[in-house]
Design a binder for this molecule. Structure first.
Ligand SMILES: [Zn+2]
Ligand SMILES: [Zn+2]
Length: 124
């Protein structure tokens, strides 16, 4: 039976991040993730991408190195979502950049995209 989506009931702010989609929202909206993200930020208070470039920027968000929606089963998705090793503290700007890179908008990092090609349709 198809479920009815009542859009007017839950209002979600649109985000620029590819993995923050409606499908992923059900994973984000839970206490486990919220707590883990808070905990992770406490332990990694600065943007890890800026740190790599020898800048110190307070982290505002927690990014998943491997998008958890890449998990095939529900269990895989939860594992990726809640795996500390898969997390990365980022600032707003880096988060946008990372996702732009992942989407190939600015640069093509084909190495990173190797196993994330599912969104690509062949355009000739
Ligand atoms: Zn940064
Ligand atoms: Zn992200």
């Amino acid at each position: 039976m198809p479920s009815i989506n009542r859009k007017h009931k839950i209002r979600q702010k649109p985000t620029p991040y590819a993995h923050h989609t409606k499908a992923s929202a059900q994973y984000y909206h839970n206490n486990l993730w919220t707590k883990l993200a808070q905990w992770y930020k406490k332990h990694h208070p600065f943007c890890e991408r800026c740190e790599a470039m020898e800048k110190t920027t307070p982290a505002t968000q927690v990014h998943h190195k491997i998008p958890f929606m890449k998990g095939i089963t529900d269990e895989d998705k939860w594992k990726l979502l809640l795996d500390e090793d898969n997390l990365m503290s980022v600032c707003d700007q880096c988060h946008v950049d990372i996702h732009n890179e992942m989407n190939g908008r600015k640069k093509k990092i084909t190495d990173l995209l190797d196993d994330t090609n599912e969104d690509k349709t062949i355009q000739r």
